[in-house]
Unconditional design. Structure first.
Ligand SMILES: Nc1ncnc2c1ncn2[C@@H]1O[C@H](COP(=O)(O)OP(=O)(O)OP(=O)(O)O)[C@@H](O)[C@H]1O
Length: 338
């Protein structure tokens, strides 16, 4: 798939950093990350737990204010917009969460759940709201009669359809989906992925999909951004990143993802856990776990440099772990003390 993005992004993060004060220290959750969302396209944000995916998404949704950088919506800087001016814009960006059971209020009927954003934004009278609720229910493949029932009366997949209907109700332009299928049975996952695809096409939506591994990303995204300890280590068109990862961390993530066409793929087992985001390593953030790290990686920080059209990688030795075979022959260095 070639990437030809001429239009202005509907939403963008520009050099965003988010830090939290913890105890006496500072935790850097997101470090100088830029990302652009375009209508009709999906960006997948990938990384281990704690890599900063949700924090970045929250900053883009303006649920938090970044410490540095800018958030743009339709070209407008909304980074420091006060809530009263942000509120009318909020209907344009909606979220779908991992666990539809936890994210849907169990005391509300499905009708109320879906109508809630419409009411909150004053989008129509009772009759118009009812009509819209029926419309989005139909769009997600649920009967109009669902409005009278409660979320608990539905299966996991149906509940995720309800969450999607709720996100769609106010006709947003951006949907952030945080692990939208990982809580669902494998048999249901494909249905929800294809539903999200159909809805994206019919509504021309921009998606940001958060995922901790690359398995889902393959089917759902045009572009992938790989985060490690709050930094982008690699980004590019999904098909290219997945077939030829340039960063050893991406290669490691991919090696953990079984693919039917490459069952022989060797696993790169990364030694140790990610370092604490409070005490981030000097040099390359990944060097303490990197199987190909050299001395320079511990002292100098690689910048995110172009690695082909629409691709970028932050590594002094990009491409060294590009294929399963190379991975297998590369010794995995055990870090002392880990
Ligand atoms: N409100 C907060 N206060 C302090 N630290 C926080 C806060 N929110 C997030 N963090 C920290 O920021 C880092 C990034 O967390 P974040 O939730 O963004 O990662 P993630 O990649 O989304 O992980 P997961 O896949 O587990 O959701 C973590 O170290 C986390 O502990």
């Amino acid at each position: 798939m070639t990437e030809r993005i001429g239009s202005e992004p509907v939403m963008a993060a520009e050099r965003v950093s988010v830090r939290f004060a913890v105890g006496r220290g500072t935790l850097t959750a997101v470090d100088d990350v830029s990302l652009a969302l375009h209508r009709g396209r999906t960006v997948a944000l990938v990384g281990e737990s704690g890599s900063g995916k949700s924090t970045l998404a929250m900053a883009m949704m303006r649920a938090t204010v970044p410490n540095e950088g800018r958030i743009l919506f339709q070209g407008r800087d909304i980074t420091h917009l006060p809530e009263r001016r942000l509120k009318p814009l909020r209907r344009h960006f909606q979220m779908v969460f991992q666990d539809p059971y936890a994210s849907l209020d169990p005391r509300m009927t499905v009708g109320r759940v879906i109508a809630e954003p419409l009411r909150a934004h004053g989008l129509g009278n009772r009759q118009a709201i009812r009509a819209r609720v029926t419309e989005v229910l139909d769009q997600v493949g649920l009967p109009a009669s669902a409005v009278h029932r409660y979320p608990a009366q539905f299966s996991g997949g149906q509940r995720q359809r309800i969450s999607i209907a709720r996100a769609l109700a106010a006709r947003p332009s951006v949907i952030v989906a945080d692990e939208p299928v990982s809580a669902l049975d494998v048999s249901i996952q494909a249905q929800i992925v294809s539903l999200l695809g159909e809805i994206q096409a019919s509504e021309n939506l921009a998606y940001l999909v958060i995922a901790h591994d690359l398995a889902l990303v393959h089917h759902i995204s045009d572009r992938v951004v790989v985060l490690y300890l709050g930094r982008v280590v690699e980004e590019g068109p999904t098909t290219e990143v997945v077939s030829q990862p340039q960063h050893p961390y991406t290669a490691a993530l991919l090696s953990a993802t079984p693919t039917p066409d490459d069952p022989q793929r060797e696993r790169i087992v990364l030694s140790g856990d990610p370092p604490s985001p409070i005490q981030r390593p000097a040099g390359c953030v990944f060097h303490t776990r990197c199987p190909i790290a050299r001395p320079v990686c511990a002292t100098d920080t690689p910048t995110l440099d172009p690695a082909g059209p629409n691709r970028a990688v932050a590594c002094f030795f990009p491409g060294e772990l590009a294929s399963g075979l190379t991975i297998a022959s590369a010794p995995v260095r055990q870090k002392e003390g880990s």
